[in-house]
Design a protein around this ligand. Structure first.
Ligand SMILES: [Zn+2]
Length: 285
């Protein structure tokens, strides 16, 4: 997983633009007027949100007292396929070099096909289309997250706009080779340089999103491809196994630039290629 840059757009203006872009509702002609009437109050709340965001203190944000009608109106502003929301996703997932990385950074397994509301919209409907409150994610991560998000001021999930991720390895995989089979077991291991509170959030993020189990169920994305690459290199190049290992390691280190130091595919690939039993496993396959 890797941090993303939040948008630099005017956050409250984005909310207003979404309201302005909604279609007139014949059966509810007052819809836009009701939302516009909240304007002054919401603009203050957006400023408070931005201040708490700037100090990474979102758990101190109190939800607005909102009527059921207001809540339904505000939540209805968020639709993933809305043009402005799609533009926002494109902006956030485009790298400084113009490359679009649409992988969900919460899991680095699926594509981001929705937005997570960092403060859940069921509780904080006023931030349903606050771009600082929207993080691109996959629907699987989003469904595990539901409206639980913090306890006693400590978030349950990493906020990948705000949390500085460790640059040391904390994700490991144990391999058990048996002929042409290998079993994998991912685990987290703390490192002395990771602050206790950040470690608590990392643990909770991986546990609540079921990441270690989900990585195991995806290992076939990595292992057969790596085996085939090594077999082809051994058969069709003049390189010896040590030289092939070095090439694979440098390719995997490239992947880490896009998906982070603890990208599960990179951790798995490096653990395989450095394992003393891996060559025998390649030859058995
Ligand atoms: Zn995900």
């Amino acid at each position: 997983m890797k941090q993303l840059e939040p948008t630099t757009r005017d956050h409250y203006q984005f909310h207003c633009d979404v309201i302005a872009s909604t279609r007139f509702r014949q059966n509810d002609p007052e819809f836009q007027n009701r939302l516009n009437a909240l304007g002054a109050e919401l603009s203050t709340l957006f400023i408070q949100y931005a201040e708490n965001f700037a100090t990474n203190d979102l758990t101190t944000t109190l939800p607005r007292v909102t009527t059921n009608i207001e809540k339904a109106d505000l939540i209805s502003l968020y639709k993933f396929d809305r043009k402005l929301i799609q533009e926002l996703k494109k902006e956030i997932t485009t790298t400084a070099t113009g490359r679009i990385i649409s992988t969900c950074q919460n899991c680095t397994i699926n594509s981001a096909n929705t937005f997570d509301h960092i403060l859940p919209k069921e509780v904080y409907s006023e931030f349903s289309v606050n771009p600082l409150n929207l993080f691109p994610t996959c629907s699987e991560c989003n469904s595990y997250k539901n409206s639980q998000w913090q306890n006693a001021g400590i978030p349950y999930f990493l906020n990948l706009y705000l949390n500085n991720l460790p640059t040391v390895q904390y994700l490991f995989v144990d391999l058990n080779f048996n002929g042409n089979n290998v079993t994998t077991n991912f685990r987290l291991e703390p490192h002395i340089s990771i602050a206790p509170q950040l470690w608590q959030i990392i643990n909770s993020h991986y546990t609540r999103l079921h990441l270690l189990r989900r990585f195991v169920s995806e290992v076939d994305r990595v292992i057969p491809k790596l085996v085939a690459q090594i077999k082809a290199s051994l058969a069709h190049s003049n390189l010896n196994y040590t030289e092939i290992q070095q090439i694979v390691i440098s390719q995997i280190n490239e992947q880490k630039l896009s998906y982070g130091e603890n990208f599960w595919e990179a951790i798995l690939g490096l653990t395989l290629i450095n394992h003393p039993d891996f060559l025998a496993f390649v030859n058995a396959n």
